[in-house]
Design a protein around this ligand. Structure first.
Ligand SMILES: *Cc1c(COP(=O)(O)O)cnc(C)c1O
Length: 390
């Protein structure tokens, strides 16, 4: 077994060696600019076509509906700003959820500064948005619904099909942040009635700094005001020289995950369930955060009463796991997501998140189980927060 053990696959994933191998020629020999009209350009352009095809295939889209960006954060910001600007005369209301990733949450908070009315729908304790409230909130001034598909902290998978249906019924544009969903669950842009979808390569064993945006090419034309201006790449929506090695890697990562998703899901879910059951059966006062069932197969988020997550993390240096979202770790405030699903502050501050993935082994999970049980038992002996409870 190699240390440290990586159990933080929601924050990022290693590049699959097959992806790395596929990408590498595009840094050196095949270094062309996809816009050039010579051999080097054609070579680069052809791998862009390949990647657009495989990524489109992964989500049931047409290749011309895929736009390359630097990642999900950029895609999400392009949608929020682009729709807000283009549809300003129609209205100023955007409906979202209380458990969005900060990429979406902060981008919408920025729109508030420009006079937009953002509604962050509350969620139930399992993390699911209240669909009836969504129906109630939609009005003639609503220009966009933006709700994530799968949550990065507690793994909740929304009923995206139903949300998409409601938006379609009311003729409202629907965007979803699917960074944690694409490649992990069967995600089809048309079945889900999505108009705009954001996703990223580094959560599916592709490189960092490359992502995608799906924009539906339907009967109704979607107007998206560009955020950037320049050389007209990506139909003028995302100008700038294309990141060819990144795009090549993203395409390969999409191809691999599409073919291995089913077997990968079963194996990893099994390991995740072993991890959860062993903790639950051997440590008292453990609480699962989020849904038992509507959950990403690789996610586990639990609160261990009486133990601050940062203390646990620093006591187990050889295992990489996190407290809440990577972005909010290190801050002293409890996670915005856990607060939104109704977890009391003391338990939110005792929450840890495991994300399992393609390279997680049974050996690693077994080691983690024993280490966690022993460390929690030991730490609780000295925890006044835990003793005062009994
Ligand atoms: C990782 C992640 C993002 C951000 O993606 P980047 O490509 O790192 O910008 C957005 N939303 C969710 C749900 C994520 O998990």
């Amino acid at each position: 077994m190699n240390f440290p053990i990586f159990l933080d696959y929601h924050s990022t994933t290693p590049v699959d060696p097959r992806v790395f191998e596929f990408m590498s020629p595009y840094f050196t020999g095949k270094f062309g600019n996809a816009s050039s009209t010579h051999t080097f350009g054609y070579e680069a352009d052809s791998v862009v076509k390949y990647a657009r095809n495989t990524i489109a295939g992964l989500i049931g889209a047409m290749p011309e509906e895929i736009y390359f960006t630097s990642g999900a954060t950029e895609s999400i910001n392009m949608v929020h700003s682009g729709i807000a600007m283009a549809y300003r005369s129609k209205g100023n209301k955007v409906i979202s959820s209380a458990i969005e990733h900060s990429a979406s949450y902060e981008s919408l908070r920025n729109l508030e500064r420009y006079g937009y009315n953002i509604v962050f729908l509350p969620v139930y304790s399992d993390g699911l948005v209240d669909i009836n409230l969504l129906r109630k909130e939609i009005d003639s001034g609503t220009i966009l619904v933006s709700i994530m598909t799968a949550n990065n902290e507690v793994g909740t998978i929304q009923d995206i099909k139903e949300i998409g249906n409601i938006c379609k019924e009311h003729n409202i544009l629907f965007h979803t942040d699917a960074a944690q969903a694409v490649g992990k669950i069967r995600f089809n842009v048309n079945e889900n009635n999505t108009d705009l979808v954001s996703f990223t390569a580094h959560k599916i064993y592709g490189p960092k700094g490359i992502g995608g945006l799906f924009i539906k090419n339907g009967k109704r034309k979607i107007n998206l005001e560009p955020v950037f201006y320049g050389g007209g790449q990506e139909k003028g929506l995302r100008p700038g020289t294309l990141n060819i090695p990144g795009i090549a890697g993203f395409g390969k990562a999409a191809e691999i995950i599409a073919s291995e998703m089913d077997t990968e899901t079963v194996r990893i879910k099994d390991l995740r369930d072993q991890l959860y059951c062993s903790i639950k059966n051997n440590v008292p006062d453990v609480y699962l955060n989020g849904s038992e069932t509507n959950r990403l197969y690789n996610n586990l988020n639990v609160s261990l009463e009486g133990i601050r997550s940062e203390v646990l993390i620093s006591s187990i240096r050889e295992i990489a796991f996190s407290s809440g979202a990577a972005c909010s770790s290190g801050s002293t405030k409890p996670s915005r997501i856990l607060t939104a699903i109704g977890i009391p502050e003391h338990l939110a501050k005792s929450s840890i998140r495991f994300g399992l993935g393609r390279f997680t082994t049974k050996e690693e999970v077994d080691y983690t189980i024993i280490k966690l049980i022993n460390t929690v038992t030991e730490l609780r002996k000295y925890s006044s927060a835990y003793i005062t409870k009994d």
